[in-house]
Design a protein around this ligand. Structure first.
Ligand code: PNS
Length: 177
């Protein structure tokens, strides 16, 4: 019998995808046969991008990798994980400040579904301070976030924030970070 495919779910808001998320996804792809990036459909949370826009940006950023799937879910994460026969839930860990809420969520998920393991992956040091919210805040006022998000996301942020286009046109390309 062929070995069972090991699927992991990487859930989140991804409003929008950052290079920190990309780093976690790449690490997860080294461990699991299939990684499903699952965007929570949450009408009560105000988002910059629609679920469809977020899905499209992630797909475009990983174009051609057959081990990576992108999907949306609502309701309980563990129900979605069960439906996909996932063995793990991936969460990125940046700093100690992430720990408490992640720990609480992981224990609740374990209580609800004991057969799915929470797996925490550390982002590369380069991305330790990145988050979707801080990137949106900087982009809104024209801050250059070009090297913190994949190209399709940068493009979409420019569509949302005209000030970003203006500022990027004035700024000469950077040598490094
Ligand atoms: O990117 P985020 O906003 O930190 O992601 C949070 C997410 C989507 C992973 C979490 O809110 C979630 O799993 N929501 C679905 C409802 C659920 O199952 N909650 C956890 C147990 S109560």
């Amino acid at each position: 019998m062929p070995p069972k495919k090991r699927t992991a779910i990487y859930p989140g808001s991804f409003d929008p995808l950052t290079n920190g998320h990309v780093d976690v996804i790449q690490r997860a792809l080294e461990i699991f046969d299939e990684v499903i990036v699952a965007i929570l459909r949450n009408p009560s949370k105000k988002a910059l991008f629609s679920t469809e826009e977020r899905l499209e940006m992630i797909q475009q950023s990983f174009n051609g990798n057959s081990a990576l799937k992108v999907d949306c879910f609502d309701g309980l994460l563990v129900d979605y994980a069960r439906m996909k026969h996932a063995v793990a839930i991936i969460r990125g860990m940046r700093a100690i400040s992430d720990f408490e809420s992640e720990f609480q969520m992981a224990l609740m998920n374990r209580k609800l579904h004991k057969d799915v393991q929470s797996v925490f992956l550390m982002t590369g040091l380069r991305w330790i301070f990145t988050s979707s919210s801080i990137i949106k805040e900087a982009a809104q006022f024209g801050g250059d976030i070009s090297d913190m998000v994949p190209k399709p996301v940068r493009q979409k942020l420019m569509e949302k924030f005209p000030l970003l286009v203006e500022k990027l046109e004035q700024t000469p390309p950077k040598k490094g970070s």
